[in-house]
Ligand binder design. Structure first.
Ligand SMILES: [Zn+2]
Length: 285
């Protein structure tokens, strides 16, 4: 019979614990001072002596130990445990943080190039395209962005742009964008592009997502010369839907979305609005 779990008090007052390792009537005689260690996110008392802990560590690293670990993960209890872990906020936050590291990005690039990854990318694109086609306001939003980019590049013209927005002809748009280039000459038509550290594209002082594209007036205000400027691609991505400072917003009064009812949003309202459009459209609208 195993002796009951007991704590032996040593003379210097440190609580001593007997090793819990046993087999049949035998129980390890080793004792060690009581100590807590973190195990599965909780502080737990150490139960085995240093000798038996070392044995267990060695077994965990052996092929038999690894096989046993894999078996446990594939058991019903193991699968249930993993599912619970995947659903926890702690796990999700850790995943999110890792995705932002260089190693995480590298892994994502790698994963997207595997056959399953390519299929997933394709599926998502199809889903996005179907969503775009199903929603007329979304479609208009996308269409106008594409046409503006196109006529600016090709110096062409578009009926949609001239009827639905307050933008002038492509030459005037080009002139306006050129006037917003920084004085150091770092922007030119040669580095107008989509993504990249040295690319610039058309940015909105008040983000597109703030406007309601089912209202004709809002479309006009969103795509007016005063609301667009040449912006570094990276800055555009980083700022997302963030509104400019109060002074700049006051200068843009004639571009305010109709839903603001001509009142400057308070700091709280501003934050709520940015949060709302981020939730609906994602960070980069
Ligand atoms: Zn022991």
């Amino acid at each position: 019979m195993n002796p009951p779990d007991q704590s032996i008090n040593a003379c210097d007052g440190v609580e001593m614990v007997q090793c819990s390792c046993s087999k049949g009537p035998w129980r390890c005689k080793n004792t060690f001072p009581f100590q807590l260690m973190e195990y599965r996110g909780k502080m737990q008392p150490i139960k085995q002596c240093e000798h038996h802990r070392a044995l267990q560590r060695a077994r965990n690293k052996s092929p038999a130990g690894k096989a046993s670990h894999t078996r446990a993960l594939k058991s019903p209890a193991g699968i249930a445990g993993n599912l619970k872990r995947y659903a926890s906020t702690k796990y999700k936050d850790a995943r999110r943080a890792r995705k932002k590291t260089e190693a995480g990005r590298e892994r994502a690039r790698h994963n997207n190039k595997t056959p399953a990854g390519r299929a997933r990318v394709k599926r998502n694109q199809t889903k996005q395209y179907a969503k775009l086609k199903a929603d007329p306001t979304k479609k208009l939003k996308h269409y106008i962005s594409c046409r503006v980019r196109e006529i600016v590049r090709t110096k062409g013209s578009s009926v949609t742009i001239s009827t639905k927005t307050s933008l002038p002809d492509s030459d005037s748009i080009r002139q306006h964008l050129e006037s917003t280039w920084p004085a150091d000459g770092s922007m030119s038509w040669a580095n107008h592009g989509h993504r990249g550290p040295d690319k610039w594209n058309i940015g909105h002082r008040i983000a597109v997502a703030m406007f309601d594209f089912s209202v004709a007036e809002d479309v006009c205000k969103c795509w007016s010369l005063d609301n667009i400027f040449a912006q570094w691609s990276v800055e555009n991505q980083m700022l997302g839907v963030k509104l400019p400072c109060d002074d700049e917003l006051l200068r843009l009064k004639h571009c305010w979305p109709a839903s603001w009812n001509s009142t400057l949003p308070s700091a709280a309202a501003r934050q709520a609005m940015e949060q709302r459009v981020r939730n609906v459209f994602g960070n980069h609208s």
